[in-house]
Design a protein around this ligand. Sequence first.
Ligand SMILES: Cc1ncc(COP(=O)(O)O)c(C=O)c1O
Length: 305
Amino acid sequence: MSENSSKIWFDGELVPWEDANIHVLTHTLHYGLGVFEGIRAYHCENGKTAIFKLDKHIKRLFDSCHIAEIKVPFDHETLKNATINLLKVNELKEAYIRPIIFIGHGTMGVNPQENPIRVAIAAWPWGAYLGDDGLSKGIRVKISSYTRMDVNSFMTKAKICGNYVNSVFAKKEAISLGFDEAIMLDTDGYIAEGSGENVFIVRNGVVKTPPLTSILEGITRNFIFDIAENENIKVVEQRFTRDEFYTADEVFLTGTAAEITPIREADGRKIGNGTPGEITKRLQERFFNTIKGKDKKFESCLTYI
Ligand SMILES: Cc1ncc(COP(=O)(O)O)c(C=O)c1O
C-alpha cells in the first residue's frame, strides 16, 4: 500500500485522495488502453524540491498518447504546471508522481468510440523500488520464462497500461521463485529489459545496452549516455545474449522507480565478484549527485518547485 497524500489532480481539479474514483465500466479497466508515466521528485541539498526530467516525462506521456491514438484534453504546459502545483499542495518534499490518461466509461466493446478521455496525476512518498540494500549491494535477477512482447503485437515505445501485463507476469514469477526482479528476452532471444527497467552490462570497460527495438526508451537510460560521455566511458547500443549477461563484469538496471540498481547475481550465477562494480558505482554517484542538485553539469535536468 502506498502512503496517501491529501490531493489528486483529476480532470483539471484537485480532489481529496479518497474521492479520486472511477466507474467500474471504465474502458481502460477492461481493455487496457490507457497510458501513464512514472516521475520522481527529490529533496535537494539546498533544501528545495526538484523534479527530475519533468519535460521529458510529459513529452513521453504525450508521445504514448500519440501512439495509442488518445486525444488528450490538456496541453503539455497544463500537465506540467499541475504536477508542480500538486507537490506544493501536498507539501511533498520527495515523491513518486504518477500521471495517467485513460478512457472513461461510455460505450462498451473494444472500440472506445467517443468515450471521455480522463487525466489524473497522483503523487506520494515512495522509497527505493528495489530496496535500499538493492541500491547499495545489488539485486538478484531471473531471466524470465516470459518473452518481452513482440513489437508488432504491442508497441513498446509507449507506456501503455495493458503492456504492463507482460511485466506483471514476469515480476510475479521472479518474486515467487525468490528473486528480486525479472529480465525478459526479446522474441529473438536477446536480452530486452526488466519488468520496469532498462538493462546495461559492462565488459572490459565498455558499457552495453540493448538497442531500442523492443524496449521502452527509458529517460534514465538516456541519462546514462550523458553521464557516461562526461565520465569518458564508452556506451554502445548492441544486442547481447544471456550468456554474455552472465559473464559481464558488471550489470545494472535503470529506471525512474529503480534509479540505478546494480545486479549481483543472475539465475544463481555471480556477476563479476558479486558486488557492485566500479563503473556502476561511478554512474550511480553522478546520478545521485544530480538528483540532489549537487552536480552543476546536469543542473538543467531538474525543475525546482
Ligand atoms: C518496461 C520499462 N522499461 C524501462 C523503464 C525505465 O524508464 P525510465 O527510466 O524512463 O523510468 C520503465 C519505467 O518507466 C519501464 O516500465
